[in-house]
Ligand binder design. Structure first.
Ligand SMILES: Nc1ncnc2c1ncn2[C@@H]1O[C@H](COP(=O)(O)OP(=O)(O)OP(=O)(O)O)[C@@H](O)[C@H]1O
Length: 267
């Protein structure tokens, strides 16, 4: 098992916001964490990465290839981030430096983790931009984040996360801020990259329809607890809890609205 989370508890100001969460991610598998807002998805991911906010305390166990991550010294866990575990967040602007070209930022993440010389890292940045299907990679790497569209920025963030070929990618609502067409393109891209590299994936979303496109197994969280775990196809076909049924209704309603723009037309 590449990642094994057991009885994870996260407390903030004495409040248990993650309350005994357990799941496993096998090598090369795609797991989805799904739940309503505030159910504890992001804090579970942040605990895995050793990035919990100040004042949060984690207990239980998080093993990565047999090594316990909880309590690991910051220097060691920082090395794992990027080298072995990549991260993509909802808003790529928070991951990107506004005053550096995107090429320099991709090159930097390669340099830090692989120690490549400047020129080779720059060549790699262009190749990585191409790999995430950014148009005209040689030109786009010279641009600044604000000169790119939201979808292109998310492609840059994905390129940075994957430049060092991590074995696990954690993506926290990476498509939520994007419009539907771009969302679908990014999901297809992520799926292809994860499959090509035989990476494992933890994908976080509140949208069961999105999960259906990217993850094989789904873990449903509510109030910091796992309330249902099943193949995503099964969650979509026969949800067993009210929460999952609610998520399915929301997903269906959103899809219906998207497919029927006439709804918003003034008669
Ligand atoms: N820095 C913080 N300080 C205090 N409480 C927090 C903090 N971060 C999260 N929480 C609380 O912890 C609970 C779980 O939050 P978390 O962000 O993990 O939920 P989530 O399922 O990812 O929701 P969302 O989809 O809205 O991001 C929520 O009740 C939230 O208010």
């Amino acid at each position: 098992m590449s990642l094994s989370v057991e009885g994870l508890v996260v407390e903030i100001d004495g409040r248990r916001v993650v309350d005994g969460v357990s799941f496993e991610v096998a090598d090369g598998s795609r797991l989805g964490l799904i739940g309503e807002s505030g159910s504890g998805k992001s804090l579970t991911a942040l605990a895995i990465m050793g990035l919990l906010p100040d004042g949060a305390r984690a207990s239980g166990s998080i093993r990565w290839h047999g090594r316990e991550l909880l309590g690991m010294p910051e220097r060691e866990i920082a090395r794992l981030r990027g080298d072995e575990i990549g991260l993509v967040f909802q808003e790529p602007l928070t991951a990107l430096n506004p005053i550096r070209t995107v090429g320099r930022q991709i090159a930097e993440s390669v340099r830090i983790h692989e120690g490549l010389p400047r020129r080779a890292a720059w060549e790699r940045a262009i190749a990585e931009a191409d790999r995430v299907h950014l148009p005209e990679p040689e030109r786009i790497v010279r641009r600044y984040p604000h000169e790119l569209s939201g979808g292109q920025r998310q492609r840059v963030a994905i390129a940075m996360a994957l430049a060092c070929r991590p074995r696990l990618l954690i993506a926290d609502e990476p498509t939520t801020a994007l419009d539907v067409t771009i969302q679908a393109e990014i999901l297809t891209l992520l799926r292809a990259l994860v499959d090509d590299e035989r990476m494992s994936l933890i994908f976080i979303t509140h949208d069961l329809a999105v999960l259906g496109r990217i993850a094989a197994e789904g873990v449903v969280l509510a109030h910091g607890r796992v309330i249902e775990q099943a193949p995503v196809a099964e969650l979509l076909r026969s949800p067993r809890t009210d929460v999952t049924r609610g998520l399915l209704r929301d997903a269906a309603a959103t899809r219906w609205r998207r497919e029927d723009p006439g709804e918003e037309r003034i008669p």
